[in-house]
Design a protein around this ligand. Structure first.
Ligand code: MLT
Ligand code: ZN
Length: 455
């Protein structure tokens, strides 16, 4: 097959060496079998079409691959698939200032797009810790969220058009940057968050935002989880928040140990809220802070005086994921409505403490939009296999708590391999059956990202 792929694309665009198979066959998850048969690097939409047509003809399965920073196994190739890397489709093709539209190939790195926007005096607002390596195609395929969703929404909100190759080998040009287009089903939105199971996203027209004014960051200590919401409301009244994140004292301890950082506050507190807001709202923020102190919701706080200090405070939140990675955590990415957050968090804490008293629970996430990252840390004396099996065994109980509240078992990380057995906790049988129908329609030969999302 490798010769046929080389004939199709050119030998420089195909790799089968063990190192490449290992690196390109996985994402940031652990524990899944990694066994692709080849990695291919198309350079154009036409080459992606050729690949899909070849795959149909030869009954080869394809796994799309971006920056491979995913946390649900969506880019893992474990059964001899051909990995389609977009590393060579990494150009910004066009910029249209009138529409504030930038056309990116799927392999453009998120941070490259952010920097490009800045160079035009504009702003690409979707942001998260892995922006330096994740790619636009992957962001679109998982509808990436991150740290600024409360103000700017998700990736979906910035995708104005795309070129995508379906599993039938057709190149679709969806929406082409239009703001208004009332001509029926919007296939672009079906592709967003589909994890590459319906089509291979090749190019994306991204809408840019106006450059925000300078931002200030504040971190406050909040002893009680329910008071996090009181703080959110107090600040939201008169302050334009760009982010409202939280982390627990355990999460802070891990990031401090990992990066050798001092404590932001004099005393340790059960929870911390990190807020980012327009600096012009500083007076209103100080007022809200005083109100929160008076009410006893907040016990202390620190505010950035410079961009460097703001970045250092952000490091306390954005460094958590990498600092707990050595504990091979059992990762959960859950959401409920904001109102339900405190009770939900307490119920999960109670369940884990009662059923798995030896496990440490590390909470952090985007509480301002209802998205909680629940990471259960592996005890040192337990093997990764045993721990993952226990994590899988506890999932039904945790997901039942999500289901009770009509929440989501995967708020922003996608379903991939990790959560597909549990999709029914968030989506009804009728929905899943329609999703299967869509899969059959867009990928009739079942060659695109097999085994992901749907069981
Ligand atoms: C985050 O918010 O830090 C990311 O989603 C990564 C993670 O959950 O570990
Ligand atoms: Zn997150």
């Amino acid at each position: 097959m490798s010769q046929a792929l080389s004939d199709l694309l050119g030998s420089k665009q195909v790799r089968t060496d063990p190192e490449s198979l290992k690196n390109y066959g996985k994402d940031w998850t652990n524990g899944f079998t990694v066994a692709p048969s080849a990695i291919v690097f198309p350079e154009s939409n036409d080459q992606v079409v050729d690949l899909v047509r070849y795959a149909i003809d030869q009954n080869v399965q394809l796994v799309p691959s971006g920056g491979r920073t995913g946390l649900s196994g969506g880019a893992v190739a474990g059964q001899g698939e051909v990995v389609v890397s977009f590393d060579r489709m990494n150009k910004i093709l066009d910029f249209n200032a009138e529409d504030r539209l930038v056309t990116c190939q799927a392999g453009v790195i998120t941070q490259t797009l952010q920097e490009f926007a800045e160079a035009q005096g504009l702003f690409y607002p979707v942001d998260f810790a892995s922006a330096g390596s994740s790619q636009i195609g992957g962001n679109v395929s998982t509808n990436a969220g991150g740290i600024k969703v409360i103000r700017y929404g998700l990736t979906r909100d910035w995708v104005a058009g795309m070129r995508v190759v379906t599993g039938g080998g057709e190149l679709l040009d969806c929406n082409a940057g239009l703001v208004k287009n009332a001509t029926g089903y919007d296939l672009r939105h079906l592709m967003i968050g589909a994890e590459g199971t319906l089509g291979l996203v090749c190019e994306v027209d991204v809408r840019l935002a106006a450059m925000p004014e300078p931002q200030t960051v504040m971190v406050v200590g909040v002893p009680k989880v329910e008071d996090l919401l009181a703080v959110l409301q107090a600040f939201s009244k008169n302050v334009t928040l760009s982010a409202f994140e939280f982390f627990s004292d355990l999460a802070l301890a891990k990031v401090q140990a990992h990066r050798d950082l001092p404590s932001p506050l004099a005393e340790s507190v059960a929870f911390y809220a990190l807020m980012e807001f327009d600096t012009s709202g500083l007076d209103a923020a100080s007022e809200a802070f005083n109100d929160c102190m008076e009410a006893g919701w907040v016990v202390d706080g620190v505010i950035s005086q410079s961009d460097a200090q703001a970045a250092a405070l952000w490091g306390l939140r954005e460094g958590i994921s990498e600092s707990i990675a050595p504990y091979t955590p059992y990762k959960n990415d859950l959401s409920v409505t904001i109102k339900q957050v405190p009770e939900f968090l307490r119920d999960v804490d109670r369940y884990v403490a009662e059923s798995y008293p030896d496990f440490e629970v590390c909470w952090y996430g985007h509480i301002g939009d209802g998205n909680l990252h629940l990471n259960i840390l592996k005890p040192d004396d337990m093997s990764v296999e045993d721990f993952m099996a226990q994590g899988h065994a506890m999932s039904p109980s945790i997901f039942a708590l999500v289901e009770e509240r009509k929440g989501s078992i995967s708020a922003e990380h996608g379903v991939g391999l990790l959560k597909k057995d549990f999709l029914g906790y968030t989506r009804s049988e009728a929905e899943i059956s329609l999703m299967r129908g869509l899969k059959d329609l867009f990928d009739p030969h079942q060659i695109l990202n097999p085994g992901k999302l749907l069981v």
